[in-house]
Write a protein that binds this ligand. Structure first.
Ligand code: NAD
Ligand code: IPM
Ligand code: MN
Length: 350
């Protein structure tokens, strides 16, 4: 077997971003060396809030041009208390997601063995769902007006945008042998966008008679994720609902330090981007105690995307083995280990 080479852009960003990215890339490097048939070249781009303070931009004007030649992007986190969040996040993260048409945001919510869960009377296997979050339009389209006495935030839901994400969710269910797709809605109050979403969900569902479908209002869905998470399998939802529900998902599946996401352009016209779903965590930045497991999980999603799910599984199994052993954990998981200790422990389990 030949050795496949991939070029990965690293956008470490702000706060704990650099330390968790460093962990992800060390684990990828170690996995590649053991494997022998895959190799990575990492290139850092020091964009983010420091870059913004120096240049007035979060990334260069031709940032997308620079990124478009990579095979994938590893992103840490963006955001710092001295830069307004709507500037830092739109100027980098949302620009890349939307500019590269990464319309699928794939976020597994799975309780690994050894990971803490705050819910009682819940079986581990009951928390095993995959969120397919619309990632290119919806409530995050960036449309609206801001005046002195009035603001309007416009959600943009196109037929193309809704159809493609809902199709992706059903195709994922078929591919992974999952049985149910749940659509998250709020058609009772959002009388344009969510009525449209519901209609398209019902249309697309007709193409997949073998898959069971459900539709839940987002408020009730939040309640059921806590009371009865076993009812969720594949979940498809809009940008905002997916954002909120996956932080809730993180809370029931080990915390922010254990939750990953892939921003995917399925047609592969542009590179896809892999990241922990947490932010830059200013409250613990600079202490070297952030949990790198979410980023390692995101790197494992990158392996799936590179056509090496076997390697992705090895990386995730290594994370799970460290969790199960329970001796080398960061403070968010009740331990006293540093980020680097956990990274080394994961590499040792590979
Ligand atoms: P956050 O996810 O950064 O932090 C929430 C809480 O979780 C904090 O207590 C933090 O310490 C903890 N936490 C997060 N990741 C952790 C990890 N790996 N290990 C241990 N603990 C971890 O969310 P926030 O505080 O709402 O946002 C902080 C900044 O990050 C803001 O500027 C926000 O806009 C930005 N943000 C960026 C992204 C991104 O770049 N993808 C995502 C979310 C928030
Ligand atoms: C996430 C983040 C981003 C989002 C923010 C920072 C723009 O919260 O990736 O979940 O809402 O998509
Ligand atoms: Mn979020």
């Amino acid at each position: 077997m030949e050795c496949k080479k991939y070029n990965v852009a690293v956008l470490a960003g702000d706060g704990i971003g650099p330390e968790v990215c460093e962990a992800g890339r060390q684990v990828m490097q170690a996995a590649a060396e053991k494997d022998g048939h895959i190799a990575f070249t990492f290139t850092d781009h020091p964009w983010g809030c420091t870059y913004y303070k120096e240049t007035g931009r979060m990334m260069p004007e031709d940032g997308l041009e620079i990124l478009k030649n990579y095979d994938a992007i590893l992103l840490g986190a963006v955001g710092r208390p001295d830069v307004p969040d709507h500037i830092s996040l739109r100027g980098l993260l949302l620009t890349i997601r939307q500019g590269f048409d990464q319309y699928v945001n794939l976020r597994p919510v799975k309780l690994l063995k050894g990971a803490p869960c705050p819910l009682k009377d819940v079986k581990r296997e009951d928390i095993d769902m995959i969120f397919v979050r619309e990632n290119s339009e919806g409530e995050y389209a960036g449309k609206g007006v801001l005046e002195a006495d009035r603001a309007e935030q416009v959600g943009v839901f196109t037929r193309k945008g809704c159809e493609r994400i809902i199709h992706y969710a059903f195709e994922l269910a078929v591919r992974e042998g999952r049985h149910r797709v749940t659509s998250i809605s709020k058609g009772n109050a959002l009388n344009y966008s969510m009525v449209f979403w519901d209609k398209i969900f019902a249309e697309v569902a007709k193409d997949y008679p073998q898959i069971e479908t459900r539709s839940l209002l987002v408020d009730a869905a939040s309640m059921f994720m806590v009371k009865d998470p076993g009812r969720f399998d594949v979940v498809v939802c809009s940008n905002l609902f997916g954002d909120i529900l996956t932080d809730l998902g993180a809370a029931i599946a080990g915390g922010m330090g254990l939750s990953a996401g892939a921003n995917i352009n399925p047609e592969r016209r542009f590179p896809s981007m892999f990241e922990p779903i947490h932010g830059s965590a200013p409250d613990i930045a600079g202490q070297g105690i952030s949990n790198p497991m979410a980023t390692v999980w995101a790197c494992s999603q990158m392996m799936d995307y590179f056509g090496r799910p076997d390697l992705g599984k090895k990386m995730l199994d290594a994370v799970e083995a460290v969790l199960e052993e329970g001796t080398v954990l960061t403070p968010d998981l009740g331990g006293s280990a540093k980020t680097d200790d956990v990274t080394r422990a994961i590499i040792n389990k590979l």
